[in-house]
Design a binder for this molecule. Sequence first.
Ligand code: PHE
Length: 351
Amino acid sequence: MERISIDALRDRVDGALTDIAQAPTLEALAALKASLVGKQGEIIGLRRQLGQFDPEDRKVFGQVLNDHMAAIGQALEARQAFLEIERDNVVLAAERLDLTLPARKPARGSLHPLTETLEQILDVLCGLGYEIVRGVEVESEWFNFDALNAPEDHPSRGLTDTIYVHEFDTAQTREDGTTPMLMRPQTSPMQIRTMLDREPPLAVAIPGRVYRQDTPDATHVPVFHQIEGLTIGTDISMADLFGTLTAFARTQVGDKTRFRFRPHYFPFTEPSVELDAWIEDPSHPDGGKWVEMLGAGMVHPNVLRNGGIDPEQWQGFAFGIGIERTAMVRYGVPDLRLFADNDLRLLHSFA
Ligand code: PHE
């Protein structure tokens, strides 16, 4: 075997040190390590050659070889440590949890437009001195019709308008002394309950749900909301009624929306009016339509009597505001079924 010179050994070791310093990966370094100092490695092979040297050369050569092996060992370790740190950094970077990322925001809720409308109207009425009272939803026919001066044959008494809770058989129920019960189709029976419950003067606002046998369309749903208002005092006139309702309309639909009072008939008020507001609706041939927002009037003397109040001494006015209708006008929504669809995209647009 050809003996290697000391210079050639130095060159070979320098080359090995460069290779180690440039080993690109841990795998490449491991392969390099095996080829240099492994069992079949080059340096180990050189050490085996030492036997062929004469003693003087062997000592020098052996010393040089040992130094170089130590240098190669250190270089391998250093490169190994460096490559391991590099690998760890890559893994750490990949697994890094970026705490500076904005957190997912919880969706911010908002009041339903009907709740918002209801509360704002009650706010206005409170400002005018009204006290808020709650009522019952399952009502007796007497409170809802008889006491409210509804004639025996009034069409709204029929099954087609009113939802009765008990079988409706007038002859039978009247004989056994019970009164048919119904889902109140209006908040007006609370007028009578309030009068029987309190002494005038009084001003109460009664919000609540009402029920009718209606097929849903753009302006009707079978379950909706009203606010009943009742004012009883002395020297109360239509002017007070108009003042109150105008204050309501201005705050709800603004100065720009057109609204109008229109004569109407209710059994429990005399005279009676309805308040309409104009709502833009491009699908309509006139570019919009009048929407009835409320019914109102001066409390009929018979109703005062049924509530135990002397009509010679007291007068009053009453009104029943439709919340869905008011919200339609307020938000310019031409179809009130949208309020019950619970489509979040629509509801958010009111927030
Ligand atoms: N109760 C009537 C309705 O539902 C509204 C109304 C209330 C009218 C009070 C006059 C007075 O249509």
